[in-house]
Design a protein. Structure first.
Length: 129
């Protein structure tokens, strides 16, 4: 039986990566909660603006609000899974960097698609009226 002492540089690097993963998860939780709040707030604010108006855009507003809220839920779910996988990787004796898809790029892409669809919906309404 050999007594294998740990490599302190590697252990300290793992600790820094663990703390960075914690900060990243917390940042994604804040971002997700903000997206969820924006989605709910958007629906409530526009509903209040259109009280008593005949042609209320309620279905579209609710749809886009749900898309934004869904993006928030999606973000927090993916961030939690990414964090869990990173913790498993850090537990391994040999920790190697493996490139992965950026969550920020995915969420940004979803938000851009939502923004484009909102733009074209509003544009279509302006053209029709």
């Amino acid at each position: 039986m050999t007594n294998h002492s740990p490599n302190w540089q590697t252990e300290l690097a793992k600790q820094r990566n663990r703390i960075a993963a914690d900060r990243t998860l917390l940042a994604w939780i804040r971002t997700s909660v903000a997206l969820i709040g924006i989605g709910f707030g958007l629906e409530r604010a526009i509903s209040k603006l259109y009280i008593g108006v005949e042609n209320q855009p309620t279905v579209l507003v609710k749809l886009f609000s749900l898309l934004i809220v869904g993006t928030g839920f999606f973000s927090i779910l993916i961030a939690a899974l990414d964090y869990k996988n990173e913790m498993k990787r850090l537990e391994q004796p040999d920790y190697y960097y493996t490139p992965r898809q950026s969550l920020g790029i995915m969420v940004s892409g979803i938000l851009v698609l939502i923004a484009i669809s909102i733009f074209f919906t509003i544009w279509r309404e302006v053209i029709i009226n």
